[in-house]
Write a protein that binds this ligand. Structure first.
Ligand code: ZN
Length: 179
């Protein structure tokens, strides 16, 4: 009897913790993406780690952005547009959510909570939620453009391509994002 109560207690606690992780104090919405982040610190780190050079950087500078919030969102928007060009896929009304978590441990925790199994992801795209989860600590142009590639592919095809093909197209996106 006591044991059952303990188990119920643990389940309740993990549900409460899980929901707490989903409460994001900050949000920025643009044409292609909504950014959600639990703290300004996480957003700042994400923005610092996500460096856009070459033509991507020129597109960013043209926008003359004043705040970290606006800059981080603009970078993601530019990358969604470029990923569409790289893949030559332009899905109608594409809009994704990007959830910026502090570190890989948080990404693992959310993944475990959603899927009930462990995985060592620093970022992943949830097909069901239309959402990229990414560790601010581990953010890079390569990592986020790979996940955006998954998102574009997911929005484009009416019938979902096999997993390996999905993965191949995501890899292709990050490989050519700076072309
Ligand atoms: Zn992938």
């Amino acid at each position: 009897m006591t044991k059952r109560f303990v188990i119920i207690g643990v389940l309740t606690l993990s549900v409460v913790l899980g929901q707490a992780l989903c409460v994001f104090a900050f949000e920025q919405t643009g044409r292609f993406a909504t950014l959600r982040y639990a703290s300004m610190e996480a957003l700042r780190e994400f923005n610092d780690e996500l460096y856009l050079g070459g033509s991507l950087g020129r597109m960013l500078r043209k926008k003359k952005l004043m705040t970290v919030e606006a800059e981080a969102l603009a970078k993601v928007e530019i990358l969604v547009e470029k990923a569409q060009v790289v893949l030559d896929m332009f899905p109608d009304n594409m809009h994704i959510t990007v959830v910026i978590l502090a570190d890989a441990e948080d990404v693992r925790r959310v993944y475990k909570q959603r899927y009930g199994r462990s995985a060592r992801h620093i970022a992943y795209y949830s097909l069901k939620e239309d959402t990229i989860y990414i560790s601010a600590d581990d953010t890079s142009l390569e990592v986020i453009s790979h996940e955006i590639g998954h998102a574009v592919v997911d929005h484009y095809f009416k019938v979902r391509p096999p997993y390996n093909i999905h993965e191949l197209m995501a890899q292709f996106t990050s490989k050519h994002i700076q072309d």
